[in-house]
Design a protein around this ligand. Structure first.
Ligand SMILES: [Zn+2]
Length: 271
């Protein structure tokens, strides 16, 4: 028995994954390339290994674990980039382009299935929230409780279905390069020029979260009433995982060690 981090009830807790278990098999190389683990995973403080990604913790009760599975993981599991295809990028490339800049295209996502859009939002927030409440004992906490108590509570209530999303923006940057989808990056937050960027990546999709005062006026005008924006880019050309934030927040430049990191490596590459 323990206290479920989401619903706060006393219950038998499930050994929950930080990143969905169903993602691991897609993060391995193809069998013809040895089927090993050619994928580099960025853990925030240097390079994490695949075993770092597979961290689990007794965090949630069965009811809440099922909530995450049904509303988030099942949805992204139909959309992410694997060796056999990438449904989300195909759908987005069929959507009208609202604007382009330095290799990024912003798409009108109004024709996407709203259930898919809602599922992606739910999934992303569940990952950021998990990283926040995670007990990182014995490991360096890559996220450092970055939501703060106010947004942790807001997002927790959203995940429980108790309230709609507050003042936040989720941006998805979806990779168009089919050779470079097998990557993952644990949630991180970093602050630059007064703006806090929250980011993680999984199987061809980079998720960036901006909260309250960190949403720029440009982003607000683009997002309208919605809480989400969708962009596509070829990450082999844009080359940085932090580039999306520069796309609509041009005052922000990513410098220093984050810029120097290359958190990805093509599957099948040997070095
Ligand atoms: Zn629970």
């Amino acid at each position: 028995m323990g206290c479920c981090a989401l619903c706060k009830s006393e219950a038998d807790l499930i050994d929950s994954h930080l990143i969905p278990k169903s993602a691991y098999k897609h993060l391995r190389g193809l069998p013809e390339n040895g089927g090993g683990s050619p994928i580099r995973i960025d853990g925030g403080q240097g390079n994490a290994s695949q075993s770092d990604l597979q961290i689990t913790q007794y965090l949630l009760c069965r009811v809440c674990e099922d909530l995450f599975s049904k509303h988030g993981e099942k949805v992204i599991g139909r959309l992410w980039g694997t060796h056999s295809g990438f449904p989300l990028v195909n759908q987005l490339l069929a959507c009208e382009v609202r604007g382009s800049h330095e290799g990024y295209s912003l798409h009108d996502h109004s024709v996407l299935d709203r259930k898919d859009v809602d599922g992606l939002i739910y999934f992303a927030l569940s990952i950021f929230w998990r990283a926040h409440v995670w007990n990182w004992t014995g490991k360096t906490d890559p996220y450092k409780k970055a939501l703060g108590s106010k947004y942790e509570q807001e997002i927790r209530e959203f995940l429980l279905g108790l309230q709609s999303l507050g003042d936040m923006l989720l941006m998805l940057n979806v990779n168009t390069n089919a050779e470079l989808n097998s990557f993952a990056r644990l949630p991180q937050a970093y602050r630059k020029n007064g703006v806090t960027h929250h980011v993680f990546s999984l199987l061809g999709i980079e998720f960036s979260l901006f909260l309250g005062g960190s949403i720029s006026p440009e982003q607000r005008s683009l997002m309208g009433q919605d809480k989400v924006l969708f962009a596509t880019s070829d990450i082999a050309k844009t080359n940085v995982f932090n580039g999306l934030s520069q796309f609509v927040q041009t005052k922000i430049s990513v410098k220093g060690k984050l810029k120097d990191k290359m958190p990805i490596r093509a599957r099948g590459s040997s070095s």
